[in-house]
Design a protein around this ligand. Sequence first.
Ligand SMILES: Cc1cc2nc3c(=O)[nH]c(=O)nc-3n(C[C@H](O)[C@H](O)[C@H](O)COP(=O)(O)OP(=O)(O)OC[C@H]3O[C@@H](n4cnc5c(N)ncnc54)[C@H](O)[C@@H]3O)c2cc1C
Length: 512
Amino acid sequence: MALSCLLRVSLLGFGLVGLAGAHARTLLERDGATSTKKPSVLILGGGVAGVIAARTLHEQGIDNFQIVEARGELGGRLTSHTFGAPGKEVVVEAGANWVQGTQTGDGPENPIWTLVQKHGLKTQFNDWFGSITTYDFDGFNNYTDVFDDSGNNYTTLTVAAGARVDKQLVDTTARTGYQLIDAKLRTPQAMASEYYQFDWEYAQTPEESSWIASSWGNNFTYDTDMGGFSDDNQMSLDQRGFKFFIQAEAAEFLQPDQVVYNATVKTISYSSHGVEVTLTNGTALAADYVLCTFSLGVLQNDDVAFEPALPDWKQEAIQSMTMATYTKIFLQFDENFWFDTQMALYADKERGRYPVWQSMDVVNFFPGSGIVFVTVTGDFSERIEALPDSQVQHEVLEVLQAMFPNTTLPTPRAFWFPRWHSDPLFRGSYSNWPASFFSEHHENLRAAVADRLWFAGEATSFKYFGFLHGAYFEGLEVAGAMAQCIQGGGCAASELQHVEEVKNAHPYQIVM
Ligand SMILES: Cc1cc2nc3c(=O)[nH]c(=O)nc-3n(C[C@H](O)[C@H](O)[C@H](O)COP(=O)(O)OP(=O)(O)OC[C@H]3O[C@@H](n4cnc5c(N)ncnc54)[C@H](O)[C@@H]3O)c2cc1C
């Protein structure tokens, strides 16, 4: 669609903005008053980044924006699901479930934790490392010594990554790192323990992950010596859904006409004069600026077309980061026959085969619910998404039978898992930083194009990629830079400039 199409009729009159320049004037304001039109902004996507970007613009006095969201609610990957047999339903989280890192003393507070407390969500400390039972293919097997060693290895891995940064050494994969710190044990029990430390967080293997970025991904969130929040993980059990905190936050400032639901973007046309967004239903929205908060997976999969095509430096950045997949598979039984701890680890001969289990049927969670779930990640997630539910259920029950060889397994009353990788609105769960993704790629992933097309979301966060708080900080910072640009304070925010070509790996610059 050509950018020369002027004055498209659009939803709520928002698009009655000519594409004549940054400060195009029209006679229509949101409140219907006749006045000079202020520059308009389309915020594409109503997840955490989109909502916080909207709040930031509002706080900067820019209210001529509209969030365009494909789903019928705000929250994005904060997606809840009512699970269970009739009469025994519980709201569980298909997507994000934990506030990862809260606050230590009066140190920095995770902004997600701030909002969760502000809006009164029900959460519970989840004891990932102190409340765990270990199993393998022969049933119960106490290998907590191996498990503890694996925790120590992980700490050594992150410390060694820090030493590489100090010496300005290049990055490698986390697998290389494990090898170099002499964490080479390859028993199924050691592999499962390593999986719990690594893959369960990054949703990919050490082979697929940057040694340095995975280490700072851990430290900036959990390690108070690195400015992290705390090592606590608070699990949302709120029956309004974990999404409630962001929806309640949005309700404090968002006017009904500032969000369009059930509106799927098909094309984004941009030039140095403005933007035009076309929805799948044919509606066109025009604006002066656009902030795209779609997931990295959506950008990678051409679910949305850019006109003109994004510049090479942007495309290379998008394709060089990885969209990983993390899948929780929920089962409900009439009664609990499994472990008493919150967590369990299963070591299969195949690494990553239904390894991490969590019981919801424990005190302080959902006692009596009969619910347990198992998590898989990465390629294994993609594999099971292609299978029918019945086959996945069969495989999961095989593993449960291996864990409990003396139990006659009952038939589950309910079974469900989300397919994040196949979902065209997400194409995965969250981003992961591979060893071949350089700092300049990151700058380019984050950089604005033609000062009109801006990008934010968990994947653009240097310190917190993958996390809810990464999406939060990116919504805040990128919308802050946009506001400066819109209000005439300069559009060339240095941190949002691009590098034309990424030529050579050179050591990382760590920004504290
Ligand atoms: C299974 C899973 C577990 C996770 N666990 C945790 C956790 O415990 N803790 C944590 O901190 N983080 C966790 N995360 C990561 C966290 O959910 C994300 O980092 C965060 O929600 C991303 O927010 P965002 O605003 O960047 O993107 P999104 O939430 O993806 O928002 C983008 C929005 O764009 C919309 N959209 C996409 N395509 C279109 C289109 N064509 N037209 C219109 N709208 C469109 C989507 O519907 C979505 O609402 C998890 C994620 C998943 C999936």
